[in-house]
Ligand binder design. Structure first.
Ligand SMILES: Nc1ncnc2c1ncn2[C@@H]1O[C@H](COP(=O)(O)OP(=O)(O)OP(=O)(O)O)[C@@H](O)[C@H]1O
Ligand SMILES: [Mg+2]
Length: 383
């Protein structure tokens, strides 16, 4: 049986308004995160990965308007009865909260903003961004920043704060933590800084960790070590993780499930095995073909064309103009999410029973065969 749900995004819909135009960036995203699992959110630049997660964190930029949808956080029982929480802050103090299906869910989009800021952000849900420098204060020592993060949660006092800071640095693989506490961010390498940011995110013992392209700014060998760190922390601390990346090549290393986004929608989702062994959406075929492989000759494949600019809603399937397998209906009607199995779904008209039987391109089949072994090894490692 699957673990309990911890976070559920339902029909999330967001626009950006400026004086000149409105961009419909998120167009009905559904995503369910279960306790202890890692979901990779993938898709090209601009597909809406970061905006979706910023909505979860309650940190949308100016101009963003949530048109509809909900983000339900299913906390432990103490979320409602107030135990284990700051007195009077949890429990009945979340106006607008929503009970869902008899569970103890809270709709973070409707709950009081101050309540969310105090009780959720950085506390139950923490986020790590691409560039560690945006999360670090260049004028303050690492020890100072980490201690501040720890004390702001109010659980540790006095000398315990420093002890906990040292413990966290050790946990993320920083050697000689006592000495390094006295140093400033510029005295660390990019990979080390990202480790420190991860330590800060963990300082509140979050249940959910959202990593937005945490390795993109790092060189390849360092990337791998940070990925390994996230996997080991996820397992050790039983975190539930959403891992954003535009690189499907790293997904099997970290994730149990994959959610593929295109033009503000989820177009395919499934387990790593579903999506790597048996991808169904032509967009996913394109992304998989673009992963460098040992057997591929010539230039690396990239999907021709560019994603639509969402200042007006696309007619039909947003991917149709770039899709060599598009059917006439793709230019007229938006495909629903078709169910392939209990775990695997894709929004493409190719899955309609009336659609012609289209095979994946032969080169992609070869590429999938190559990747399968590696994917199977990663999946086995994570089990
Ligand atoms: N601050 C903003 N103001 C206006 N529009 C924005 C803003 N941030 C994002 N958008 C719109 O939302 C869309 C999705 O942006 P988002 O940052 O979520 O993309 P992404 O999938 O995270 O891409 P990347 O891989 O480049 O990080 C953008 O294409 C853009 O149209
Ligand atoms: Mg982004």
């Amino acid at each position: 049986m699957e673990n309990r749900k911890i976070l559920e995004i339902k029909d999330l819909d967001i626009s950006f308004h400026s004086t000149t135009e409105t961009v419909h960036a998120i167009r009905g995203v559904d995503l369910t995160l279960r306790q202890g699992e890692t979901i990779a959110l993938v898709g090209e630049s601009g597909s809406g990965k970061s905006v979706t997660m910023k909505a979860v964190m309650g940190i949308l930029p100016e101009g963003a308007v949530i048109n509809k949808g909900s983000v339900i956080y299913y906390g432990p029982d103490d979320l409602k009865n107030g135990s284990g929480a700051a007195p009077g802050k949890i429990g009945n103090a979340a106006p607008g909260e929503e009970q869902s299906d008899g569970d103890n869910g809270v709709d973070l989009l409707k709950a009081d903003k101050e309540w969310v800021r105090r009780n959720m952000r950085g506390r139950r849900i923490a986020m790590v961004f691409q560039d560690p420098m945006t999360s670090l204060n260049p004028t303050m020592t690492i020890g100072g920043q980490l201690s501040l993060a720890i004390s702001s949660h109010g659980e540790e006092k006095g000398y315990r704060i420093k002890e906990r800071a040292v413990e966290l640095l050790r946990e993320v693989g920083i050697t000689e933590p006592e000495r390094r506490m006295k140093q400033y961010p510029h005295e660390f390498s990019g990979g080390m800084r990202q480790r420190i940011v991860i330590a800060m995110a963990l300082s509140c013992n979050p249940e959910i960790l959202i990593c937005d392209e945490p390795t993109t700014a790092l060189d390849v060998t360092i990337q791998d070590r940070i990925l390994e760190l996230i996997v080991s922390l996820q397992q050790k601390l039983s975190l539930s993780v959403i891992f954003i990346t535009h690189n499907l090549g790293v997904v099997a290393k970290v994730a149990d499930k994959v959610c593929v986004m295109y033009a503000g929608k989820v177009v395919e989702k499934g387990t790593v095995i579903d999506v790597f062994y048996d991808p169904r959406h032509p967009y996913t075929w394109g992304l998989l073909s673009a992963i460098p492989g040992t057997g591929l000759k010539g230039d690396l494949y990239s999907i021709p064309g560019t994603p639509p600019y969402l200042s007006k809603d696309p007619v039909g399937d947003a991917f149709a103009p770039r899709n060599p397998y598009a059917l006439a209906i793709d230019f007229k009607a938006e495909p629903p999410m078709f169910r392939i199995s209990d775990t695997h779904y894709a929004a493409t008209w190719l899955l309609d029973e009336r659609a012609p039987k289209v095979k994946r391109p032969a080169e992609l089949e070869e590429h999938i065969k190559e990747m399968r072994k590696e994917v199977a090894e990663y999946v086995a490692l994570r089990e």
